[in-house]
Write a new protein. Structure first.
Length: 563
């Protein structure tokens, strides 16, 4: 069903078993699991899917080493397992990531770690080699026999400086271990949504629909594209609004204070020397102030982050000049001979961690644990319970979704039929395991679709095994290269418009592709793509021009991109 069909079906039948508010990774993960288990479930997202915090992450599928210091061993073990599952189930998007931790001290943190563990130290401080070694041994133990990624290694100062020539000579050594890189989180979330809908026709997901109020047995939704309101009658509401959870509960007359969000920003830089200096390694390390920061290989660019600043209103999260100074300084600390400046920044972004409200003074010590907060009973003025999903991490979304789904199934009197542990995601289905196999698959696909090998290679990198469906579609009509964007073709864009729930031009530039993230967008491109998308989606000339204006203003205001 397309968007209009879903909305008109809602008018005729407003009853739904589960309504999920929020299309970030936690809402979408739960949507998929409920759909898989036969539940009629409706998800609404006020913007585009995966446009809130889930679009602002550090792109890591990681076991969260710093959580070891907080004594959150269960979380770390789970995150390591979930990281491995993502590598297995979404190999087209989640790739193994060698992670180097440059270390500046031998012993620091030896006393701090146990103090933090027993909750007696609020201030973060620099961790030394020995503490990191102990942490990584535990980490490897959690990876266990699976060996999805190799175990950690330590490199002496001499070997480190030989391996990374630009690295600061002030280091005492480096530790190298493996995590996962989630290269296109927004596409991963979208593919989960599409999987859910194709699995269960009673699972429907709508972007640009917000929950605006409700009482008794009714929730009021508003279509953000037309301003039209819709009533729905759910048996259960799942509030997956991330940092907006309390704002969303308030719309239902529930005065909660579950979230104590902290803002984190990143910059994307185009700097050939820095990109070469890091190789295929992420540098994940402790800055002088005790904060964990990263320099991350993002395609041919470099991602640098992140900050951790308390914030009340998620809409106000912006990457500020002070944060940029902080990122440039931390880069100089690790690679002192390289000059990375503001001119190298092509994109910046910011998001708010939906963390549980905490009493500790140090933001980096706030727990990354999660909970399902249940609100029900006469005092709520609602005839259905509301589950609020507080906390969590991108990496562990599947486990969190499973926990929420089990609870929802029990409430609805249903039993689990399927589980998601080994379930491939989107273009990860049937993805070749060996590099040679990819080439063979491309060869045979080229032979029967008639699409050139080079082009298929690009499609495979973008969409995994969904490349086959897209290439078949492309071959079904006359196709042209997009003039301002020669590695895309007209029918590829039309496919995305018709099958990937695109409502606005910025959905394509920011979330269905990496065009904006990697600083590739030009004014000419926005105009050309508005025409292509507009023709596919039935926009008139005025709408096309409005889409260009909207995109230019979003890029400038939220991402520091002036065109
Ligand atoms: C700087 C930073 C770095 C991070 N790095 C990592 C990392 O490397 N690895 C990792 O595992 N995790 C990381 N995380 C954590 C991870 O990104 C978040 O935990 C996760 O994305 C939260 O997802 P969510 O679905 O709960 O929230 P969100 O993604 O914010 O989704 C909530 C959605 O609800 C929608 N919404 C709000 N109100 C309404 C309404 N009334 N009606 C309809 N929709 C509504 C919003 O538009 C939003 O899209 C990072 C977080 C930050 C901020």
């Amino acid at each position: 069903m397309n968007r209009n069909e879903i909305l008109s079906a809602l008018k005729n039948k407003p009853e739904v078993s589960v309504l999920i508010v929020g299309g970030g990774i936690n809402g979408i993960g739960t949507f998929r699991d409920l759909a898989l288990n036969g539940v009629d479930v409706l998800l609404v997202e006020k913007g585009d899917f995966c446009s809130g915090t889930s679009a602002a992450s550090s792109h890591m599928a990681h076991g969260s080493i710093p959580s070891l210091e907080n004594g959150e061993f269960r979380l770390v073990r789970e995150a390591v397992r979930e990281r491995n599952r993502l590598l297995e189930n979404a190999p087209h998007i989640v790739k193994p990531l060698a992670t180097a931790a440059p270390i500046f001290k031998w012993f620091s943190g030896l006393l701090n770690a146990p103090l933090k563990f027993f909750g007696m130290l609020d201030k973060p401080s620099e961790r030394g080699s020995i503490v990191i070694k102990l942490g990584l041994m535990m980490y490897d133990a959690y990876t266990g026999k699976q060996r999805t990624v190799p175990h950690h290694r330590f490199f002496s100062r001499k070997k480190s400086l030989a391996k990374w020539k630009q690295l600061s000579p002030k280091i005492v050594n480096t530790a190298v271990y493996y995590e996962g890189a989630i290269l296109q989180p927004e596409r991963l979330a979208l593919e989960l949504t599409l999987d859910a809908e194709s699995e269960n026709p009673e699972a429907r997901a709508l972007n640009y629909v917000s929950m605006v109020g409700g009482s008794d047995d009714t929730i009021i939704l508003c279509d953000e594209l037309t301003d039209e309101n819709y009533d729905v009658h759910p048996k259960l509401v799942i509030n997956a609004a991330g940092p907006w959870i309390d704002f969303t509960n308030r719309k239902l007359g529930l005065p909660t204070r579950f979230i104590g969000g902290t803002k984190g920003s990143h910059i994307v830089v185009r700097h050939a020397e820095l990109r070469k200096a890091i190789g295929e390694n992420e540098f994940f390390f402790e800055n002088e102030d005790g904060r964990i920061v990263l320099i991350f290989p993002l395609y041919d660019h470099v991602l640098i982050g992140t900050s951790d600043i308390p914030i009340e209103h998620p809409e106000e999260a912006q990457c500020t000049d002070e944060e940029i100074d902080y990122f440039l300084k931390l880069t100089r600390r690790i690679f002192p001979s390289l000059s990375v400046t503001r001119e190298n920044i092509v994109f910046r972004f910011s998001g708010v961690r939906p963390l549980p409200r905490s009493t500790t003074n140090a933001v980096s010590q706030v727990s990354h644990d999660r909970s399902i907060e249940v609100l029900s009973g006469d005092w709520t003025n609602l005839r259905f319970p509301v589950y609020s999903l507080v906390g969590g991490q991108w990496t562990s979304f599947r486990a969190f979704s499973e926990q929420v789904t089990d609870k929802a199934l029990a409430y609805l009197g249903l039993t689990r039929q399927k589980d998601t542990r080994a379930l491939p995601i989107g273009g990860g289905r049937g993805y070749p395991r060996e590099p040679g196999e990819v080439t063979r698959q491309i060869e045979s696909l080229s032979a029967w679709t008639g699409v050139a090998r080079e082009r298929l290679k690009v499609l495979f990198e973008r969409y995994g095994t969904r490349a086959e469906t897209i290439a078949t579609y492309m071959n079904g009509g006359t196709d042209f290269i997009v003039r301002s964007l020669p590695d895309f073709s007209l029918r590829e864009i039309v496919f995305l418009a018709q099958h990937e729930k695109i409502c606005h031009l910025d959905d394509l530039l920011l979330r269905r592709s990496t065009l904006a993230l990697l600083g590739r967008v030009t004014r000419e491109m926005t105009e050309e793509l508005a025409r292509v998308l507009g023709n596919a989606l039935g926009w008139n000339e005025e709408q096309k021009a409005a889409e260009v204006r909207r995109t230019l203003s979003i890029l400038a205001d939220r991402y520091g991109v002036q065109l």
